[in-house]
Design a protein around this ligand. Structure first.
Ligand code: GRF
Length: 206
């Protein structure tokens, strides 16, 4: 029996969440999964350097190099199959996946969102905009959510959430950093471990 599920991480930017997953693998917090492939939507994403530092194969699939979203995803699917990927993790991936893709990987794609869904989520809520909206509303508690991905933006089944306090005088940048440190970098590795373990257990029973 296999003792690790194969994980692909999709990124677009700095990759601090990817780093949290790599650290979790090193420390043993993530023990039922192994990151085997990192795919970026941008050639200049620093996340790619983090992956290379860990000797993980990388691939860049940029929208401008393909005639359509479907064509890009066809190539992505080929790479995922070749690496025998069981679980896909969106860690700051800034592109929308088609329904064809999300259906193919039903309950096999996780996303991290920097708010407590259903607040401040869906179309248009990404990056600093999420924290700007939370501050504009005056919420006293925000947080992060890890959920399965389906065809509705930020609409799939919630797996894990963690609350974070909003403090007097917070700017969007300060709040973003606190949400990452106190929630995202903790619940993303924890969820990936949980789901990877469940995938292996299901496989064993089958
Ligand atoms: C994080 O805030 C994540 O919640 C959101 O995009 C950001 C990615 O940051 N989906 P990083 O690239 O992991 O540093």
């Amino acid at each position: 029996m296999r003792n690790k599920a194969n994980i692909a991480v999709l990124v677009s930017g700095g990759g601090t969440n990817l780093q949290a997953l790599l650290d979790a693998e090193d420390s043993g917090i993530l023990s039922h999964g192994e990151i085997r492939l990192v795919i970026s939507s941008r050639p200049d994403a620093y996340a790619l350097e983090r992956a290379k530092g860990h000797h993980i194969p990388t691939l860049c699939l940029a929208k401008k190099d393909f005639p359509s979203r479907e064509a890009l995803e066809t190539e992505m699917i080929a790479a995922l199959e070749q690496a025998h990927i069981d679980l896909i993790v969106l860690a700051g991936y800034m592109s929308i996946l088609t329904e064809r893709f999300t259906r193919r990987y039903d309950h096999r794609i996780l996303n991290i969102h920097p708010s407590l869904i259903p607040s401040f989520c869906g179309a248009g809520f990404y990056g600093l905009k999420v924290h700007e909206a939370a501050l504009a509303k005056g919420v006293k508690v925000t947080g992060a959510t890890v959920h399965f991905v389906n065809e509705i933006p930020d609409g799939g089944e919630i797996v894990m959430q963690k609350a974070v306090e909003v403090r007097e005088g917070d700017t969007p940048e300060v709040l973003q950093k606190r949400v990452m440190q106190e929630a995202e970098w903790i619940i993303l590795p924890a969820t990936v471990e949980k789901v990877a373990k469940e995938i292996l257990e299901k496989e064993q029973k089958a």
